[in-house]
Design a protein around this ligand. Structure first.
Ligand SMILES: Nc1ncnc2c1ncn2[C@@H]1O[C@H](COP(=O)(O)OP(=O)(O)OP(=O)(O)O)[C@@H](O)[C@H]1O
Ligand SMILES: [Mg+2]
Length: 287
């Protein structure tokens, strides 16, 4: 029985209801702008924060923060503890609502009006410091579980889809350099390898923008360097925003650097430029 016949044989109530407007857009009430993949990059800017303010009991963690990230860019964000770096990521991912300001994903999508799942679905992936992998599953299975599967499609009946998924997993295994470990239990990986696996799991969701908060914390020097190489291969295809305190790593990435301080941008430019900035030395690098 081929897939079409199999689908016909199924209970009609279990089939995709193609004329239901909610099926293809998880956010139908917000109209045409929010269909997955309809990111408007016509002005080459993937993310634009416009005067974002976040207050916690009157304390301004973000203070009219404005920032633009180009499509395909690899941007590093540095700054002292408490500067607002993680809070900025919380705003982008919808975890924290700003008191003021807007956050545009592409030209048209205002993230401050969307929920966390909607934002993730639009293609913003975030890596937290502690990997959230399934330790009792193999590396391969972890990637499989992370795949953006359409629950309406009966994957087991669609052999083609499965082989395409297999190709994607193989490609991701190669990207994160865990090809030789595909059948190992994730729990047995080194700290660095676990971090790469989590990045691989994010990649399975095909994110357009990746947010990485202190991704090399706790890694060996060699793992850190390999992570830098990985990010450099991801840039271009994806846009990356990397928060890090490790200056050797920031130097390896080589892109534009934004220095946050007290919830706003203190300086921006090449690492050598911001490292030579007297204000940056005073609040951060000179400590
Ligand atoms: N949920 C919260 N409630 C109250 N204050 C908060 C909350 N989240 C963050 N803050 C405060 O906001 C400020 C910015 O914190 P944030 O975590 O964004 O800094 P950071 O730049 O990521 O620092 P670090 O380099 O230490 O990670 C800090 O003073 C922090 O204590
Ligand atoms: Mg932080």
């Amino acid at each position: 029985m081929n897939a079409t016949n199999a689908m016909n044989a199924m209970n009609a109530s279990e089939l995709p209801v193609s004329d239901n407007p909610d099926w293809d857009s998880g956010t139908a009430e917000l109209g045409h702008l929010l269909k997955p993949g309809e990111l408007d990059l016509s002005h080459k800017v993937v993310l634009y924060l416009d005067e974002i303010t976040v207050s916690f009991d009157g304390f301004r963690a973000l203070n009219k923060l404005s920032l633009a990230i180009d499509a395909g860019e690899l941007r590093c964000i540095i700054g002292p503890n408490g500067a607002g770096k993680t809070t900025m990521m919380d705003v982008i991912t919808g975890k924290t609502r700003p008191d003021e300001g807007k956050a545009f994903f592409g030209q048209t999508l205002d993230l401050t009006r969307l929920s966390e799942p909607e934002i993730a679905h639009l293609g913003i992936g975030r890596k937290f410091q502690k990997p959230t992998i399934f330790e009792n599953h193999t590396v391969f299975e972890n990637l499989e579980l992370a795949m953006k599967t359409d629950k309406r499609v009966w994957r087991s009946l669609l052999a083609q889809l499965d082989s395409a998924a297999g190709d994607r997993i193989a490609e991701t295994l190669q990207t994160i350099r865990l090809g030789a470990h595909a059948d190992r239990l994730a729990g047995l990986l080194s700290h660095g390898q676990k971090q790469w696996l989590e990045i691989g799991m994010l990649l399975m969701q095909e994110p357009k923008l990746l947010l990485l908060d202190e991704p090399v914390a706790g890694m060996t020097d060699e793992e850190t360097e390999r992570t830098g190489e990985l990010f450099l291969t991801l840039a271009g295809k994806h846009s990356l925003v990397v928060v890090e305190h490790d200056m050797a790593f920031v130097k390896q990435l080589g892109g534009k650097v934004t220095v946050l301080h007290e919830g706003s941008v203190l300086a921006e430019g090449a690492l050598e430029e911001v490292q030579a900035d007297a204000r940056v030395i005073e609040v951060y690098l000179g400590r």
